[in-house]
Design a protein around this ligand. Structure first.
Ligand code: DAT
Ligand code: MG
Length: 134
């Protein structure tokens, strides 16, 4: 356990559906601290760098079209064990498998449109935070 920072992003579906406040409030209520926030539309270059590990995957074209389809809310959150705690609040990648009570479990239905991104390790967090908050 340690003090950590993590990168969290409300994806275009969360913004379109008016769920920014709902998603932010879940991290807030848990006790994490919002350090940085910005609204932007991701272009193809940033999408390829952010999702570098997935560029060769069969689902990447769909992921690229989706993540560049409208504004996102990019954030830095910090707190004790923030990386893993935030992933727990988000729920499983596929919203159909995500538990009720998680963001994806409560609001998502299909895997591409799963509302929220969160770093999967402290190393990913450092890389992603540097991309979005240079
Ligand atoms: P996570 O967002 O939980 O870290 P990931 O990094 O494995 O999941 O994948 C990044 C995003 O890509 C994920 O949020 C939704 C999409 N995705 C993942 N696996 C997929 C699949 N099998 N089919 C379609 N989209 C997928
Ligand atoms: Mg991931």
């Amino acid at each position: 356990m340690s003090q950590q920072s993590t990168f969290i992003m409300v994806k275009p579906d969360g913004v379109r559906r008016g769920l920014i406040g709902e998603i932010i409030s879940r991290f807030e209520r848990k006790g994490l601290t919002l350090d940085k926030i910005r609204v932007l539309t991701i272009d193809e270059d940033l999408a390829r760098r952010h999702y570098a590990e997935h560029v060769e995957k069969p689902f990447f074209p769909e992921l690229l079209a989706f993540i560049t389809s409208g504004p996102v809310v990019a954030m830095q959150w910090s707190g004790e064990n923030a990386v893993a705690v935030a992933r727990k609040i988000m729920g499983a990648t596929n919203p159909q498998e995500a538990e009720p009570g998680t963001i994806r479990g409560d609001y998502g239905l299909v895997v591409t449109e799963n509302l929220v991104h969160g770093s999967d390790s402290p190393e990913s967090a450092a890389r992603e935070l540097a991309l979005f908050f240079p």
